[in-house]
Design a protein around this ligand. Structure first.
Ligand SMILES: Nc1ncnc2c1ncn2[C@@H]1O[C@H](COP(=O)(O)OP(=O)(O)O)[C@@H](O)[C@H]1O
Ligand SMILES: [Mg+2]
Length: 404
């Protein structure tokens, strides 16, 4: 079982690449599902499918050829399947605050619901062994990072907040009902969250297992797009998701007569070379810019063949451990592969047995092994695409010195 994630900036060609990869893999005999996570779905458009077919099977996998299915998640369909109590409580809450029924229904689709629904499906398909390969056609970068960090965030919430919250509401509900006029969540609401959480068990391991999941960053040979690709690279690495290849799409053909396009071509060449150095040693797959949109099975197949040049797209193209606990010169060190960051962006802290790394708005908690948990981080440095965090002195010693 393999899971491939195609991520990148809006418009770079994720959907085309994901679709083409699906067609090639299905042709090679793998039972393949291409699932769109972008609320602005365009997978069915890329396959040039009849809209009425999509309407009939809203949100469900649709058979689009031998060994091949596509699925465009529909969060409104998922509410009925998974989110009943949570959704009705939030609608009720919004409703009490003066928002009318229809709008409250709409607003009660909160951020993360879409991503969690996708995770629920992935987990289900993996547990039921429904496909050999699941290809995820991601939403633009920021949302796909939220997607990948969702299991960790949920785990954290369930462990640190959820039980307490449930208990508190159990105790205060009868009293609070008389004092506040907003509805408080009933226990069914918590039961719903708990059952969702149970259904998601294991999905985090799946997404961080390099033997199962690989991220492929889709980009274009342009400065701004490459910049975003570097950021995405860093955030996926931070979340321990293995990136095994880069796809550069929309490369101008080398033979163009037009002077205007020649200038574009030269610029692209420069950024292609830069990309090679940025992402080395990851393999880079390139696809040309076509003279028209890539629509329908035939064109997607041709696009895929050009992209992979006969290679099996489901293979693992590159393996690297995202982080290691190692001894360097007798010092205990946490070593993270974290390219494209500067030291001043990184903020480190340790609470209990967790190391917390913040970069901008993003945060990752790493649970430390026992031998590290009793120590304090003493120094951090960047060395050749790696962040090295040295651990020294025990927490007790630090306390004695009055450092905590
Ligand atoms: N190499 C290419 N040559 C020509 N058109 C392309 C190419 N790659 C993508 N397109 C077109 O660009 C548009 C955006 O591509 P899409 O795959 O939907 O991007 P994304 O999913 O990243 O937003 C689509 O109309 C698609 O057909
Ligand atoms: Mg898309």
């Amino acid at each position: 079982m393999r899971v491939l994630l195609y991520a990148g900036k809006g418009g770079v060609g994720k959907t085309c690449v994901a679709g083409a990869t699906g067609i090639i893999s299905a042709k090679r005999g793998l039972k393949t599902l291409v699932m769109s996570l972008d609320p602005a779905h365009s997978l069915s458009d890329a396959f040039d499918l009849d809209l009425s077919l999509m309407d009939k099977n809203r949100g469900q996998p649709i058979d689009v050829g031998e060994n091949l299915w596509i699925q465009e998640l529909d969060v409104h369909e998922e509410i009925g399947n998974y989110w009943g109590e949570v959704h009705s409580y939030i609608s009720l809450l919004l409703n009490t605050s003066g928002i009318d029924d229809v709008l409250a229904e709409e607003l009660a689709v909160f951020p993360g619901m879409e991503e969690l629904s996708a995770l629920l499906y992935i987990n289900k398909y993996v547990n039921e062994d429904s496909y050999d390969l699941i290809i995820l056609d991601c939403a633009p970068t920021a949302e796909s990072i939220r997607f990948i960090s969702m299991p960790t965030a949920l785990e954290w919430y369930m462990k640190k907040i959820f039980r307490l919250e449930r208990k508190i509401f159990g105790v205060v509900r009868p009293v609070a009902r008389r004092v506040v006029d907003i509805p408080l969540p009933e226990d069914e609401y918590f039961a719903n969250i708990e059952s969702l959480y149970t259904s998601l068990k294991g999905v985090d391991q799946l997404l961080t297992d390099p033997e199962v999941t690989s991220v492929r960053l889709v980009t274009n040979p342009e400065k701004m797009v490459l910049r975003e690709t570097q950021r995405a690279f860093m955030f996926f690495s931070l979340h321990q998701t293995s990136i095994d290849a880069i796809v550069i799409n929309r490369v101008f053909p080398s033979q163009v007569d037009d002077n205007y396009l020649k200038v574009w071509g030269r610029n692209q060449q420069k950024y292609m070379e830069l990309a090679e150095t940025y992402f080395y040693p990851l393999p880079i797959f390139k696809a040309p810019l076509y003279d028209s949109e890539i629509l329908g099975h035939e064109k997607l197949l041709k696009f895929g063949e050009q992209l992979y040049g006969g290679e099996d797209p489901a293979q693992i193209f590159f393996k690297q451990k995202p982080y290691q606990f190692a001894k360097v010169d007798g010092q205990s060190v946490v070593k993270l592969h974290l390219p494209f960051v500067t030291k001043r962006e990184i903020d480190l802290s340790k609470i209990g047995d967790e190391l917390i790394i913040k970069i901008g708005n993003f945060k990752k908690n790493i649970v430390l092994p026992r031998a590290y948990a009793v120590l304090e981080p003493s120094r951090a440095r960047l060395e050749e695409d790696h962040l090295l965090i040295e651990f020294g002195g025990s927490s007790e010693q630090a306390q004695e010195r009055g450092e905590e």
